[in-house]
Design a protein around this ligand. Structure first.
Ligand SMILES: Cc1cc2nc3c(=O)[nH]c(=O)nc-3n(C[C@H](O)[C@H](O)[C@H](O)COP(=O)(O)O)c2cc1C
Length: 170
């Protein structure tokens, strides 16, 4: 009932436990034996990496270890989208397909599966945010070449979507 897009964020940071639960809900491992995740992927390729841009820096979510790896030690939130509110949201998640993990599928299928997988992750985030009273919006309006450069992505990594998350502005 409460799933919705909102675009007005307070700049309050998320407590670490909320951030951890958010990332786990997004794409964490929910079956330790198989290493499978909260979101499905074609052939279990797990080709979507979740990056988190916060005031402290840009991090890569490593699901297996359940930790954040520092990628860039600066605030790149404003680069994660073309809308002014993105710089205010505590966290901007960036969903990046790593086509090196996509196997032998055609280019068209790789793109299709990556988009579908990103949709599942995004909806997990929407539902977690609805349950926790957090504001969120998934976003396609991104200057992808500029963001890819800041994120130091490899040529076979493609930014699919971003998603802002934070406390709603009171
Ligand atoms: C693929 C996709 C791209 C979107 N891109 C943007 C975006 O760049 N900026 C934005 O503010 N909202 C974006 N949205 C959010 C939609 O505008 C929003 O989901 C729609 O208006 C319906 O509102 P609701 O999510 O509250 O049901 C996007 C949604 C999807 C599914």
């Amino acid at each position: 009932m409460k799933r919705e897009s909102s675009r007005v964020f307070s700049s309050d940071p998320l407590p670490n436990n909320v951030l951890s639960n958010l990332l786990w809900a997004a794409a964490g491992i929910n079956r330790r034996e198989s290493g499978k995740r909260t979101a499905p992927t074609a052939n279990n390729r797990q080709e979507i990496d979740v990056y988190a841009a916060m005031a402290k820096g840009l991090y890569l979510y490593e699901a297996k270890a359940n930790l954040l790896k520092l990628i860039v030690a600066k605030d790149v939130r404003g680069m994660t989208g073309k809308q002014p509110f993105v710089k205010d949201a505590a966290v901007n998640l960036i969903y990046v397909a790593d086509y090196a993990k996509s196997g032998a599928a055609s280019e068209e299928d790789k793109a299709l599966y990556a988009a579908a997988a990103t949709g599942f992750i995004s909806q997990n985030v929407y539902l977690y945010c609805a349950s926790e009273g957090l504001a969120t919006v998934v976003r396609a309006m991104i200057d992808r070449p500029a963001l890819a450069e800041v994120m130091k992505l490899r040529p076979n990594q493609k930014i699919i979507l971003a998603q802002s998350v934070g406390y709603p502005k009171k």
